[in-house]
Design a protein around this ligand. Sequence first.
Ligand SMILES: *Cc1c(COP(=O)(O)O)cnc(C)c1O
Length: 400
Amino acid sequence: MSNKKINPSDLKNLHVDTLGVRAGVRRTEFNEHSEAMFLTSSFCFDTAEDAAEGFANAEKGFIYSRFTNPTVAMFQDRLAALEGGEACIATSSGMSAIMTVAMAHLQAGDHVICSRSVFGATIQLFSVILGKFGIETTYVDMSDLGAWKAAVKPNTKLFFLETPSNPLTEVADIAAIAKIAKAAGAIYAVDNCFCTPALQKPLELGADVVIHSATKYLDGQGRVLGGAIVGSNEFVMGKVFPYVRTAGPTLSAFNAWVILKGLETLSLRLEKQSESALHLAQWLEQQPAVERVYHPGLKSHPQYEIAQRQQKMGGAILSFTLKGGKKAAWKLINGTKLLSITANLGDTRTTITHPATTTHVRVSEEARLAAGITDGLVRIAVGLENIEDIKNDLLPGLTD
Ligand SMILES: *Cc1c(COP(=O)(O)O)cnc(C)c1O
């Protein structure tokens, strides 16, 4: 492999947009400019001695793609640089990243504190699957610092939250919760899916671990599934790597290559999509059919000050309630011609969804309403289309 590489110690001096295109590159003897895709399940050794040496230091070389592959390593190194973490391990999906952190770090009898408004499958994972193995989870209101403190038990080993939340874009004070986690002696994991390192760096604010669904903005074009875990060498290489090596929730080299190329445009996309989302949120606030708009960049947002402090911009996701309830929400969604009706987000194409009957349909009505997911709520994840075209697509459903 070519020697011309950015010195890891110099990465700290580079900006996120530079790291997105430059960090983590490994070249073969052909000196290819764009990163190579290594579609191989295993790697050869010259001698039995070399093989023995390779297995003794499995995390350093390339042996078998369940745990080491050069394309996956390039993605891992680039994301670690972007998040400002020492190490990163990629996984097959965002859910497998969360599962991996839990399995690598927890054991029966341990306790988890999780913010209430996390991704639906995350709640199912903690409550139903990990619950079966004797791990207990308490859910708290993410903006209530007293609730985090009060939930701590002697066996609390993990704090988990997602900010901004889906779909109401609630914002947690990452640094304030870090202090509570530290005092509790727990590992503190933040799902940085909505902001990505282009807009928010949880490790700099005191989180121990960052988790990603790379399926969303890291790929950014709605093509593949992937996940990642970023943190200290001690946690990631000491706990996560041995778990992934053994259990195999591995990211494929093909998907790693797609997401690696997605990282090159991450900053550009997030900035443009956030700008459009704020513009759309402000426009929606003026529409007579709209009751309330949720976006961290709006002055009316309850955690506006925290968002201003810890996020570079508000992010690409917004939601809003319509005065006409479910009927009006469905009419608006059905009236769009350009926007995609899909529950996915983090795509270049704007998506629109009705959370109460799709992403949150498995939640009981009582819990759903308590969480603010009313029947009139609509979520939009803004893509890269021209903002005027997005507004024109929504207008008929808001005015008829
Ligand atoms: C989508 C999502 C996940 C799960 O990721 P997958 O790649 O679909 O497994 C986890 N957290 C958040 C915030 C998400 O939006």
